[in-house]
Each structure stands twice: as C-alpha cells, then as structure tokens.
Ligand binder design. Structure first.
Ligand code: DX5
Ligand code: ZN
Length: 233
C-alpha cells in the first residue's frame, strides 16, 4: 500500500492551526451543551478557556444515538466565526458528509477507521477543502489499524468510551494505544482522547501522550466552566 502523503496542514486546517499553538488543547464537546441556548453555551466554554469546540455527529446507525448535523454546525459557525470546529463523524458513511460540514464551517473532520478500512480517498477529500483530517478508533479496535495512515493525517483519536453518549465511564485499558500512536506518529499529529475524560482521568491521558482532550459532561455538566477547564489542565 503506498504511503499517504503529508498534506502540509496541521490540526485546525488552513484557518486555525496557527492560532492553536502546539501545547495541550482542551475541546469542550457540545454534545452536553444546552441545545436551547447553544450559541451562548459555546461562547461561554471558549471564554472559559476551551481551545476549540468538538462537534459529535451521530447517525443512529454506526452508534445507537442521533445527535446533530450540518445545520447545527453552521449555526455555531455563524454565531462564533472564529471558533475552530472539530467535527467527529460517528456515521457509517463519512464520505457523504465531507462537503456538508465543509460548507458548515468545519475546520477539522475525524472519521472512524471501522467504517473505512482504506480511508485515503476520504482523507484527500477533507484536505481538498482546506480542513485537517483525523482517524478514530473505538475501544475494541487496535491502534495498529491506524499505523499505515499516520503520515497523512493531522489527528489520531482514541475513543475511551464506546461512542454514542456523553457521561460514560473512562475505559483505561485504551491508554497504551495513545502511547503507541504518540510514539509512531509524526510530532505534528495530534493524539486526541474522547470519552469519560475528567479531572481524575486527564492526567493519565497526558502521561500517555495525548495533547488534545475532549470533554462534554466534565465541562458542560458543571456550573463553572472555567474551573472545570482549569481542573482538566
Ligand atoms: C461520545 C462522543 C464524545 C462525548 C464525550 O460518543 O464522541 O465526544 O461527547 O462525552 P463525555 O466527555 O461526557 O464522556
Ligand atoms: Zn466525540
């Protein structure tokens, strides 16, 4: 299999990479925001120290839940045009959603290797729109599945819960996978942990090489977002 060529992009794509820097990033997941006041909740999470917004897209097929589509992403982008929107596609057909989310203002798109064993065409389509690309693995998928593609993406996502719902318990047996991916990936590739990350589990994520932490309930489930984000850092 020929190696996937580097896109020359970094996480956040053409519009956001320079603003994000290279240190630890915290991504509030809007799955646990109050959808009736989504713009205000997103603005508050960013003002409280969130570096970007994680947008969880579920199709009721790849995962047993429905969440949000491009219209919600477009509304957040319109309300907060400078926010970096990190779209996590938990869908069976990710290729169908590249254009809709590019048009909705996404800066980055991650999709799952479980539905795309040869992901190169999808990665190319994401890059062609100036967005950075990520590949995700579920808790039961080995990290080795991503190794052939690490040179061609800007992010590797390790799920630390079975995807579908916020508020689940962190599965700590996935931690060695983040260490393996950190050691194998180019330094420019972000290693992201998603699911059950809270102040008691975030240190282990960092110690295993994660530099992008997603948190839904540990931020939006708290009354003081700034204190919640400080606790995660
Ligand atoms: C789970 C989603 C996560 C979720 C995390 O399927 O991919 O991004 O929002 O929620 P918490 O942080 O509450 O586990
Ligand atoms: Zn997610």
């Amino acid at each position: 299999m020929p190696a996937l060529a580097s896109s020359g992009l970094r996480f956040g794509g053409a519009r956001h990479a320079d603003k994000l820097g290279s240190g630890l990033l915290i991504a509030p997941s809007i799955l646990s925001a109050d959808f009736a006041r989504l713009g205000a909740d997103c603005a508050a999470a960013l003002a409280a120290g969130g570096d970007l917004l994680h947008v969880d897209v579920m199709d009721g097929h790849f995962v047993p839940n429905l969440s949000m589509g491009p219209a919600i992403c477009a509304s957040v982008h319109k309300a907060l045009p400078d926010a970096c929107l990190d779209v996590h596609l938990m869908v069976t057909d990710p290729a169908a959603y590249i254009e809709p989310f590019a048009n909705a203002g996404a800066a980055h798109i991650t999709f799952h290797i479980e539905v795309a064993p040869d992901p190169r065409a999808i990665i190319d389509a994401i890059h062609a729109r100036g967005m950075s690309a990520g590949l995700a693995i579920n808790p039961d998928t080995p990290a080795e599945a991503l190794l052939p593609f690490l040179g061609g993406v800007e992010l590797a996502l390790v799920m630390s819960v079975h995807p579908g719902f916020s508020g689940q318990r962190f599965i700590d047996r996935v931690l060695p996978k983040t260490r393996l991916l950190r050691d194998a990936a180019p330094a420019s590739v972000r290693v992201q942990m998603d699911g059950g990350v809270a102040p008691d589990t975030a240190p282990a994520c960092r110690n295993h090489g994660c530099d992008l932490i997603v948190a839904a309930s540990a931020i939006f489930g708290r009354s003081d977002y700034a204190a919640a984000i400080r606790a995660l850092r």
